[in-house]
Ligand binder design. Structure first.
Ligand SMILES: [Zn+2]
Length: 467
């Protein structure tokens, strides 16, 4: 049973050419010119379309418990939304939440069983005993969990101290793993939050004023210093601040293996969103918060100079309204106190069109760079390449047919996520996902859903930290 994709413009991180692709089973079998259409089970004409490797999104929180809140997407709904956005592989966050790592991972696997696209797991470490440090080696080698996330923020909930970070960095280094860091100075942020609330500053906009960019810069520099001393690779998640980027850039110039991602909301939105009336601005309460234009232009610069290597979504969706999912899934928990608003925002379905429209079409990045940022480099850094992240003979046939000229408007009502709003509501973009293949199977065709819950595979990952 073979599938032929004809006449498409194949774009990878390095190449750009017109050719035909033959998929045999789950993998790409042949790439060539003028391949006859006869004898294939399916033939797809990709004339006028870009043929891209399926997107790899390495930062999502599906069916994720965060204190008393839970994210609004299950793996079934979240991965379906991802597929409509041209993403075929996720690396999602499994939270240790104080448990033995294996128990946390088993829980994650049971939730992830409904995934419609391929999924892998990072493990968030919240309680790092000597036994957990020992367990990290087998998680990397046996379970394919080669990255671990640590938090320098959220004291008492997720935060770990510098000694723990240093120890974990060394264990990761010795076993082909990598530490992913949420870099903000949590204890100082806590002081600012308490002062704000004592002063009666409870509106959502105070989420931004209590998480200044300086504290992201400080924590990023501290994480880099620890990784430099440990001689271990480091990945800064959701980098939003110019100060943090400056620290990453300086470290990379010294040859320190530091990598960093940013997210579409930091590239396209600013803190002006917090001036929206009433509770509306709670939609934009994610961590780190939106920054001003100065930071945004530095992020675009970082993407073009390769000081930022990945654009991921940090899809951490909480509904704006209480109904129909309930208060547990809603931003309304913080209606009287910004510190109780669940931190996080949706974005899993709009990453490719936004970065294409605002990056490639706006002449900020090349088409090859677009593929690099959204598929190839995340696949390489997180141990998924060359199975994922490129179009090559032998790679999984995860393929997106993308119309570079179709103009459309982002609307939450048309999304496939369970979340009830979009950060980009009403934004017109050019460039749209038309067809998506997951390991050779067509799962999205225009508005039609052809995939199925449970159709995704768990993908054990190899060595992390090498791009
Ligand atoms: Zn996150």
């Amino acid at each position: 049973m073979t599938v032929l994709i004809k006449n498409g413009r194949i774009v990878t991180a390095t190449d750009d050419y017109t050719a035909d692709i033959v998929i045999d089973g789950e993998r790409i079998h042949t790439i060539g010119r003028d391949i006859p259409a006869a004898g294939h089970a399916e033939v797809h004409d990709a004339r006028g379309l870009l043929v891209l490797p399926g997107g790899v999104d390495v930062h999502t929180h599906l069916d994720w418990d965060f204190g008393v809140a839970r994210t609004a997407d299950t793996f079934g709904t979240g991965t379906k939304a991802a597929a409509f956005g041209g993403t075929t592989t996720l690396v999602d966050f499994c939270n240790q939440d104080g448990r033995a790592p294996q128990a946390a991972l088993e829980d994650w696997h049971s939730r992830a069983a409904s995934a419609c696209i391929d999924v892998a797991a990072h493990l968030i470490l919240t309680k790092v005993s000597e036994q957990v440090l020992i367990d990290m080696a087998s998680l990397i080698r046996r379970d394919g969990v080669s990255t671990f996330k640590l938090f320098m923020a959220y004291p008492g909930v997720l935060m770990v101290d510098d000694a723990t970070i240093f120890k974990a960095l060394r264990v990761a280094r010795d076993n082909g793993g990598m530490i992913c860091m949420h870099a903000e100075n949590g204890p100082v942020i806590q002081v600012l939050i308490e002062e704000a609330i004592a002063a009666g500053h409870t509106a959502p906009k105070y989420h931004e004023t209590t998480r200044p960019s300086l504290l992201e810069g400080e924590a990023t520099q501290r994480a880099i210093t620890l990784s430099e001393l440990a001689e271990a690779p480091l990945y800064i998640v959701h980098l939003s601040a110019a100060e943090a980027l400056a620290a990453v850039t300086a470290a990379r110039d010294r040859g320190v293996p530091v990598h960093a991602e940013t997210c579409p909301h930091y590239l396209f939105l600013t803190k002006e969103e917090y001036e929206r009336p009433g509770f509306e601005s709670a939609k934009f309460v994610m961590t780190p918060p939106l920054r001003d234009r100065h930071h945004q232009s530095m992020l675009w610069r970082g993407l073009s100079t390769n000081d930022l290597q990945v654009v991921s979504t940090d899809h951490c969706p909480f509904c704006f309204n209480e109904q129909p999912l309930g208060m547990k899934y809603s931003k309304q928990q913080g209606v009287n106190n910004f510190n109780k608003i669940p931190n996080g925002a949706p974005g899993i379905e709009t990453r490719l069109p936004l970065v294409y429209d605002g990056g490639v079409r706006a002449n900020r990045i090349s088409l090859n760079r677009f593929v690099q940022l959204t598929a190839t480099t995340p696949a390489k850094l997180f141990g998924l390449f060359p199975k994922k992240g490129t179009i090559a003979v032998g790679s999984d046939a995860d393929i997106v047919l993308f119309d570079p000229n179709e103009q459309w408007t982002i609307r939450a009502a048309a999304h496939h996520s369970r979340v009830d709003y979009s950060l980009f509501e009403g934004r017109s973009v050019t460039g749209r996902v038309k067809k998506v293949f997951l390991r050779g199977g067509l799962i999205v065709e225009g508005d039609r859903w052809l995939g199925r819950e449970g159709g995704g595979n768990y993908v054990p990952r190899g060595q992390a930290g090498r791009a």
